[in-house]
Ligand binder design. Sequence first.
Ligand code: PAF
Length: 226
Amino acid sequence: MRLLQTRADLNDWCRGQTGRPLHFVPTMGSLHAGHQQLLQRACEVVPAGRPAVLLSVFVNPLQFGPSGDFDRYPRDLAADAALGEAAGAEALFAPSVQELFPGGEAQLTAVVPPAALRQTLCGPGRPGHFEGVATVVCRLLALVRPDRLLLGEKDWQQLTILRRVVADLALPVTVQGCATVREADGLACSSRHRYLSASERDRAAALPAALALALIHISEPTRLPP
Ligand code: PAF
């Protein structure tokens, strides 16, 4: 797998893929089984042919709040490269902040999703988060120019907002959402689980259990005990 650390490396690699569909999986690294599945889906042959699959690892400062975990966010590029390669990625774009935002973060043109999406659900509790996600993803899309962008359904709000941004800006990319991958106790795989203590982890597993029960309440209430 090719490691691409500059925009020039990325351009060269992308030029070499001419004629193949280009499928892109952006991540913040610390890859797990959910990312592995995104990459495997990205490798699937489409009518346009066998895709070239690009993985990116970039811990995006724009999407962390001032008291967020940007500095301690887990980073292990060698492990990410090994997982990415085993899952079928042909190249890994891992730019520095300076390389991706050469004019500085403060000078960037920001992409601001519609208020109706930013200001609902977890948006108000994470000021600037969805703008940060939309801005970095648009920047990556402009550099990579992929045919297909693969994102996990685990981050449903992010997926919804990015679908909307892509549609509103008429970006020439297909957004493909991929099913959530879960651990044995039902918890969705996430890079941040390593922050949880054993008891927090046990409590977190109550969430998917409650959601599964809610689903039965809604869709098959006759299965419930009287
Ligand atoms: O889901 C993530 O890992 C990030 O929010 C993304 C889409 C890579 C943007 O930084």
